[in-house]
Write a protein that binds this ligand. Structure first.
Ligand SMILES: [Cu+2]
Length: 222
């Protein structure tokens, strides 16, 4: 016959053991849950990647403000660039698409057909608000298969990046869909202000060329 005291003792030990295991497991799960609830600290980037595969911009929708380095890979077979448009605040990409692109497309087509008067009439339909656009920078013309880097400073706001290199028939890449909305956020890039590495001094006399010899002898009219 089993000893009831020893049997009960063994059962109690087993129960205690199970309770401890469950408590440890529960503690682990609680810890895991807490870890999941705390959002990871997102690092603000100072470098953005932009890729063109054909007639497109693969790029982040939102980038930080301040100094940011743009790494632009042109993976297509033709040259492209990035021009950043800063339209007046009331303009959205809808107006850009519906009011600005059509007259540019119509005008350039007519111009290539030799219909100059009609072309300029089409360009005349460019909306008045376009005059308020400013262009704070971009990445210069880059051949297919190459990568360009540039660092520029943007203030928070709403921008449109575009490439208006022309097709063989004269049509702008922008009209072929090569534009993208870009939001510059209030989050500031950690990149510090650039440091001057080459001092330029401008004399009081006007200088017409950066050529050293000509800089000392301003050009005279013939
Ligand atoms: Cu282009």
């Amino acid at each position: 016959m089993k000893n009831p005291i020893r049997f009960n003792s063994a059962r109690s030990t087993l129960i205690l053991f199970l309770v401890i295991i469950l408590a440890i497991q529960s503690c682990k799960e609680e810890k895991k849950k807490l870890t999941e609830e705390i959002p990871e600290q997102k690092e603000i980037t100072s470098v953005i990647d932009v890729i063109t595969n054909n007639m497109d911009f693969q790029a982040p929708d939102t980038i930080p403000s301040g100094w940011v380095t743009w790494k632009y890979q042109n993976k297509s077979s033709q040259p492209h660039f990035i021009l950043i448009d800063d339209p007046i605040d009331t303009i959205t990409v809808k107006e850009f698409e519906e009011e600005l692109l059509p007259p540019f497309g119509e005008g350039i087509t007519l111009l290539y057909e030799g219909k100059n008067d009609e072309a300029f009439a089409a360009f005349g339909k460019i909306p008045e608000w376009y005059g308020g656009t400013v262009w704070p920078g971009g990445v210069g013309l880059i051949s297919g298969g190459h990568t360009a880097r540039t660092t520029l400073k943007l203030n928070p706001g709403y921008y449109i990046m575009e490439c208006y290199v022309k097709m063989p028939n004269g049509m702008f890449h922008t009209n072929m869909g090569m534009y993208k909305v870009l939001v510059v956020s209030d989050e500031v890039s950690p990149l510090p202000n650039p440091v001057r590495t080459f001092p330029l001094q401008f004399p009081e006399k006007p200088v017409y060329h950066l050529n050293h010899r000509l800089a000392q002898e301003p050009l005279r009219s013939q």
